[in-house]
Design a binder for this molecule. Structure first.
Ligand code: DC
Length: 216
């Protein structure tokens, strides 16, 4: 690990606005934006394309070991290619939404993807969003945020994006799984964004980063 590289960890439930916040914080700080959820989504997408039953843990693990997941830097964020294919918006499809939490609950999948997530720090300072970034992937970072919003507001936001997503089911699976469930890290700065717009949330994050001496 390059000890001087820094991590801003942004966790929270589905459709809480993490990605929009992480994108803006990445632009402001110049840190590389890594969306860890896309890695779980890319594996799920690829398994579905290969007609693999996403409830079959050993087949999913074998599949992860058989595919090439390549990260391509595009501007300040990363795109994932699987075996040379760009899944694009298919990563956010209803089919992927429906199966991704089951795939992300597999212990071996998590340990492999967490290992890859930690490797990003070798390249750059990063803003990483996900469910377990502050609790498991980079517990030592002092820059932890937990972005929340009420279930009603999150459902509205997802519908506004045109997405079809059973948030309640995904929340339940993500929060109740045995391995690294979604939790609020004890030392995280929690922001309930239910009644805030994106600018206000970003300002709050930047002001906390300023208080902590990361930015001026
Ligand atoms: O953030 P997202 O909704 O795109 O994430 C998709 C799924 O991946 C989510 O339901 C849970 C899982 N995930 C995870 O378990 N750990 C992460 N660090 C990121 C996502």
């Amino acid at each position: 690990m390059v000890p001087s590289n820094k991590v801003i960890a942004i966790d929270g439930p589905a459709a809480s606005g993490k990605s929009s916040v992480a994108t803006r914080v990445s632009k402001k700080t110049g840190f590389l934006h890594v969306n860890s959820g896309l890695m779980y989504r890319a594996l799920t997408w690829s398994a579905l394309r290969a007609d693999i039953d996403t409830n079959n843990e050993s087949k999913i693990i074998d599949h992860l070991n058989s595919i090439e997941m390549e990260c391509i830097k595009s501007n300040d964020s990363l795109l994932l290619h699987i075996d040379g294919n760009d899944p694009g918006e298919e990563l956010k499809s209803q089919e992927v939404n429906r199966s991704v939490s089951v795939v992300a609950a597999i212990k071996e999948v998590r340990s492999e993807l967490v290992k890859r997530q930690r490797e990003y720090l070798l390249i750059s300072d990063i803003v990483m969003e996900g469910r377990d970034i502050g609790s498991v992937v980079f517990p030592e970072t002092p820059f932890k945020f937990y972005i929340d919003a009420s279930p009603e507001v999150r459902a509205l936001r997802r519908r506004g994006e045109g997405g079809v997503d059973d948030l309640r089911e995904r929340d339940k699976l993500d929060s109740s799984r045995k391995v690294s469930p979604l939790v609020i890290p004890e030392d995280a700065f929690v922001i309930d964004t239910s009644e805030m717009d994106l600018n206000e949330v970003v300002e709050k994050v930047l002001s906390e980063l300023n208080n902590k001496g990361l930015i001026t």
